[in-house]
Design a protein around this ligand. Structure first.
Ligand code: NAD
Length: 465
C-alpha cells in the first residue's frame, strides 16, 4: 500500500480521535459533574493540589485542547443552549463559541514584572488564587463556563461552577468538554467541576466553603450583591442597559446596519448589546428607514402598547421583564400581534422614559427616541444606562461628541461606529470574554484577572549591571 500524505493525515486523525476522552453522550457520564456540591468541592480540592505540580506549558496545552474541542462542538452547544433555555439563535450562539475558542487569552496573558537596582532583584509573579467559585448566567451558559475555565486554568486555578438552574445542562456539557480537554493533555481529573442540579443551597455552600478562595459572578444585580457581601475576594460582572447614540454627522446607512446587527445578535441576550437608541431629530427618519432596509420591522401606535403587554409585567406602576419572552425570536412577538413577518429586530419610536428604554429587556426589541441634539442624547443615554458603567455605543464623526459621551457615561465598554459586539473582539481589536466586570473594576476579565500578585525579593544578588 502506498503511504501518501493524505493517508498519513487520516491515520493520525484516527489515532488522535481514538486517544481522546469519549464524550458524555458516549459514556452516559459527564466529567466533573457531581450530584452534590460537597462531592464537587472535595474533588476539585484534590485536583487543585495535583495541578500545582503542572507547568505553564502544560496549562497552555490544556487550553489549546479546549479551543479545539469548542470549535468541533460549537454547534452542539449552540443547539443545546437554545433548546434548554428557549432563548437566542443557534447561528449566533455558534459565532459566540467560535469567539471564545479563538479570542480568549491563555497563559500569554500573564506577565510577571521585575525591579532591579543597587539593592538586588525583585520579582513580581502572577500566582493562582486556588479554587475559584463561579456563578454563571442563563444567557451565555456554555460560553461563560468555557471562557471562565480557560482564563482560570491559564492563571493556574481550579474552578467550581454553580450554573444557572435553567441552563445547567448546557453549562455542564461545557464542564465535561473542559475536563475531556484537560485529560487529553495529561492533566488531573476534576480540575473543573459543577453540580447536576444547581440550587440556591448549592450556591450558598460553594460561597461559604473554605476551599473556595475567590468568587466570580456573571449575572444580574442580585447575584453580584450576594457575592460582594460574602467577605471573600469577588469579581462581579453585572447587568447593563447599553444605549446607542446616532448624531447628525454619522454615516446613517452604516449606523442602521450596525445597530440592527448588534441589537439583534442572539436576540439581544448579550449584556453589551444595544438596548435603546437615541437619534438626533434631523437624521431620525433616515435612520429608521435604513434600519427597515436592514431587516428591522417598525411598529407604531397601539401595536407598541400591545407589545408592552407581551414583553413586560406591570406592578404598582413599575415594569419588569416577562421572563417567558426573554431571548425569543422577533417573529414570535409579531405573531402574537397578528403580524406575519420574520425580521431580525423589532423597532419602535418611544419617549425616553418609556419602559422599553429604561428596563434591561434582552429581547429583539429596540426603542428609538428622537432627541433635539447631542446634549439631550447624552443626558438621556446616561440616565438609561442607570450608572451600571457597563457598555455604551455611538455612531458619529464628531470627535468632541465621541469624547464627551465616553466621559459622561463612564462605561467599561464604549464602541464607536461599529456593532456592540466589536467591544468583545468580534470585528474589533482586543480579546473576548463573557464576564465583563464593571462593578468591581476588572473590566474585560482574562487570565490576569484570576491571579494574585506575589513578590519575591533577593537582596544584593543576581543584579548584573
Ligand atoms: P441572573 O442574575 O438571573 O442569574 C445569574 C446567576 O446568578 C444564575 O446562576 C442564578 O442562579 C444566580 N443568582 C441569581 N440571583 C441570585 C441570588 N440572589 N443569589 C445567588 N445567586 C443568584 O441572570 P441571567 O438572567 O441568567 O442573565 C442575565 C443577566 O446577567 C443580565 O442582567 C445581564 O446583563 C447579566 N450579564 C452580565 C454579564 C457581564 O459580563 N457583565 C454577562 C452576561 C450576563
Amino acid at each position: 500500500m502506498e503511504l501518501n500524505e493524505k493517508l498519513v493525515q487520516e491515520i493520525i486523525a484516527k489515532v488522535v480521535s481514538d486517544m481522546s476522552t469519549p464524550k458524555a453522550t458516549e459514556t452516559g457520564r459527564q466529567l466533573g459533574v457531581f450530584d452534590t456540591m460537597s462531592e464537587a468541592l472535595s474533588a476539585v480540592e484534590k485536583a487543585y493540589k495535583e495541578f500545582r505540580k503542572y507547568s505553564v506549558a502544560q496549562r497552555e496545552q490544556m487550553i489549546k485542547n479546549i479551543r479545539r474541542l469548542i470549535l468541533e462542538e460549537a454547534e452542539q452547544m449552540a443547539v443545546l443552549g437554545v433548546e434548554e433555555t428557549g432563548m437566542g439563535r443557534v447561528s449566533d450562539k455558534i459565532i459566540k463559541h467560535q469567539l471564545v475558542a479563538n479570542k480568549t487569552p491563555g497563559t500569554e496573558d500573564l506577565s510577571p514584572s521585575v525591579m532591579t537596582g543597587d539593592a538586588g532583584l525583585t520579582l513580581v509573579e502572577m500566582a493562582p488564587y486556588g479554587v475559584i467559585g463561579s456563578i454563571t448566567p442563563s444567557t451565555n451558559p456554555s460560553e461563560t463556563v468555557l471562557c471562565n475555565s480557560m482564563g482560570m486554568i491559564a492563571g493556574g486555578n481550579a474552578v467550581v461552577f454553580n450554573p444557572h438552574p435553567n441552563a445547567c445542562r448546557t453549562a455542564n456539557y461545557a464542564v465535561d468538554l473542559v475536563n475531556r480537554a484537560i485529560l487529553e493533555a495529561g492533566g488531573p481529573e476534576n480540575l473543573v467541576v459543577s453540580v447536576k442540579k444547581p440550587t440556591m443551597d448549592s450556591s450558598n455552600e460553594m460561597v461559604a466553603s473554605p476551599i473556595v478562595r475567590m468568587l466570580v459572578a456573571t449575572g444580574g444585580p442580585g447575584v453580584v450583591k450576594m457575592l460582594l457581601s460574602s467577605g471573600k475576594k469577588a469579581i462581579g460582572a453585572g447587568a447593563g442597559n447599553p444605549p446607542v447614540i446616532v448624531d447628525e454627522t454619522a454615516d446613517i446607512k452604516k449606523a442602521a446596519k450596525d445597530i440592527v446587527a448588534g441589537s439583534s445578535f442572539d436576540n439581544n441576550l448579550p449584556c453589551i448589546a444595544e438596548k435603546e437608541c437615541f437619534v438626533v431629530e434631523s437624521v431620525a427618519d433616515e435612520l429608521i428607514a435604513r434600519m427597515q432596509e436592514s431587516n428591522a420591522y417598525l411598529l407604531k401606535g397601539k401595536q407598541i402598547d400591545d407589545l408592552v403587554k407581551i414583553a413586560l409585567v406591570e406592578k404598582d406602576g413599575k415594569y419588569s421583564i416577562n421572563k417567558k419572552w426573554v431571548g425569543k425570536d422577533a417573529k414570535l412577538f409579531l405573531k402574537e400581534l397578528g403580524i406575519d413577518a420574520d425580521p431580525r429586530l423589532i423597532i419602535c419610536e418611544t419617549e425616553s422614559l418609556h419602559p422599553f428604554v429604561q428596563v434591561e429587556m434582552m429581547m429583539p426589541i429596540l426603542p428609538i427616541v428622537r432627541v433635539k441634539d447631542i446634549d439631550e442624547a447624552i443626558a438621556c443615554a446616561v440616565k438609561a444606562e442607570h450608572g451600571n458603567r457597563h457598555s455604551a455605543h455611538i455612531h458619529s464623526k464628531n470627535v468632541d461628541h465621541l469624547t464627551r459621551f465616553a466621559r459622561e457615561v463612564e462605561t467599561t465598554i464604549f464602541v464607536k461606529n461599529a456593532p456592540s459586539y466589536a467591544g468583545i473582539g468580534a470585528g474589533g481589536e482586543g480579546y473576548t470574554t463573557f464576564t465583563i466586570a464593571g462593578p468591581t473594576g476588572e473590566g474585560l476579565t482574562a487570565a490576569h484577572s484570576f491571579t494574585r500578585q506575589r513578590r519575591c525579593v533577593l537582596v544584593d544578588g543576581l543584579h548584573i549591571v
